[in-house]
Design a protein around this ligand. Structure first.
Ligand SMILES: Cc1ncc(COP(=O)(O)O)c(C=O)c1O
Length: 407
């Protein structure tokens, strides 16, 4: 299947509507293809039951589907073992899981967690909370004027501090830039630290292979990957999971419970207390299978076409400043920008009234915005279904909105 064809759009109910939205807010949540909705619908209509409990046909089928979803995700990220995949509520919860289990156990007062200035609050606040609880330091890797991470700076931090963990995004949800994760992983490992990659944006736009990257933890959400909300993924190396205490306590995460205490189950059950996101895991499997109908090469090429067209439109508009790398080839997924004298919320609101969906604000990356000297930006973000015609509509919409706002 080729991208950028009516065929892609025809697979989304939302995009088949008479007046479909010009949906340029995929970095927040992507639209959901019918295949995903159908898979979840089938579960609820025909084999709705809990998993890993009970001894009847429905629960057996549901359990099989849930565990098949885990296998699909493991293969999607190139994990060596299926048990290295933990289902969570979202990417945020997956990062919190690492902070509350591995980091809680392995970090001592005075140790350092390194973050990049590109991080989303999901990959900042859990570490700040850890710092408060345990007396751990948080150090920041700076970014340059184009919002590109200064990987060289990591060496200085690794030399002067007892770094136990480096946490970095694989793709910024503001600048669209992609840090060199492989080189950062090597640096972290050479210094005896582990690395956590926040792949919330990366996993949608580029192939991820955890064995090739050699990262220790990797996290992402289903809803940005054309899957449902309510599911996220934590990948962690098997040896790490073996020595991590449970996250939440409750049903199914135990091997044995007595009045005196409990023995935790092995991974992944140990980290999935209570009824897991069953329908969502089934939906995520359908999303990954749906996405695998397209090659990464064609998706990346399609996205580059959109990125180049949109950068050109924005760069020729008066007063528009694009945040992040100036070259389209150095970025993926999104473009954030400001317009002189115009509040991003006003512009984005007017575009919304025209059926053109962007996002405005700090995009949960306040430290980065502060560093770049802008309180807020408007953000265009693309998915597999977006077209060059939509970029033309954005240009027209922006001209109209700016005419109103600049009067
Ligand atoms: C880079 C990045 N990390 C983490 C998250 C958090 O994802 P979620 O809200 O699905 O947990 C987001 C969401 O926008 C993101 O863009």
């Amino acid at each position: 299947m080729a991208t950028n064809t009516p065929d892609v759009r025809s697979q989304f109910t939302a995009l088949r509507m008479k007046a479909p939205p010009v949906y340029l807010d995929c970095a927040a949540t992507a639209q959901t293809p019918d295949a995903v909705i159908d898979a979840m619908d089938e579960y609820y209509r025909t084999y709705c039951a809990n998993v890993h409990r009970g001894m009847h046909g429905l629960t057996e089928r549901a359990t099989l589907a849930y565990e098949e979803a885990r296998k699909t995700v493991a293969s999607f990220v190139g994990a060596m073992y299926t048990s290295e995949i933990i289902f969570t509520k979202n990417c945020t919860e997956a990062i919190n899981l690492v902070a509350r289990t591995w980091a809680e156990e392995h970090l001592q007062k005075g140790d350092t967690v390194v973050l990049s200035l590109l991080e989303h609050h999901s990959n900042i606040v859990p570490w700040q909370q850890l710092a408060t609880r345990k007396g751990v330091h948080v150090e920041w890797i700076p970014v340059d004027k184009e919002g590109k991470i200064q990987t060289g700076e990591i060496d200085a931090i690794l030399q002067r501090a007892t770094v136990k963990l480096v946490c970095v995004t694989g793709l910024s949800n503001v600048t669209g830039s992609r840090p060199d994760i492989a080189s950062m992983t090597k640096k972290a490992h050479d210094a005896g630290a582990l690395i956590l990659v926040d792949a919330a944006q990366l996993a949608v736009h580029h192939k991820v292979d955890v064995q090739e990257i050699d990262c220790d933890f990797l996290t992402f959400s289903g809803h940005k990957l054309y899957g449902p909300t309510g599911i996220g993924v934590l990948y962690a190396k098997r040896d790490l999971l073996r020595n991590m205490p449970p996250f939440l306590g409750g049903g199914m995460m135990i091997q044995d419970v007595t009045m005196e205490g409990f023995t935790p189950a092995e991974s992944p059950a140990r980290f999935e207390a209570g009824t897991p996101p069953i329908a969502q895991a089934i939906g995520l499997k359908a999303a990954i299978e749906w996405l695998s109908g397209y090659s990464w090469e064609e998706m990346e090429a399609h996205e580059q076409t959109l990125m180049t067209a949109c950068m050109r439109v924005l760069q020729r508009m008066d007063g528009v400043s694009v945040i992040g790398p100036h070259s389209a080839t150095e970025r993926s997924g999104c473009i954030s920008f400001t317009v002189d004298g115009v509040h991003p919320h006003d512009l984005t609101d007017l575009l919304g009234q025209e059926g053109i969906a962007l996002r405005a604000g700090h995009h949960c990356a306040q430290p980065l915005h502060k560093h770049l000297g802008v309180p807020a930006t408007s953000r265009v973000s693309f998915g597999i279904y977006n077209t060059e015609e939509e970029i033309d509509l954005l240009e027209k919409g922006m001209k109209k909105a700016l005419d109103i706002l600049k009067i």
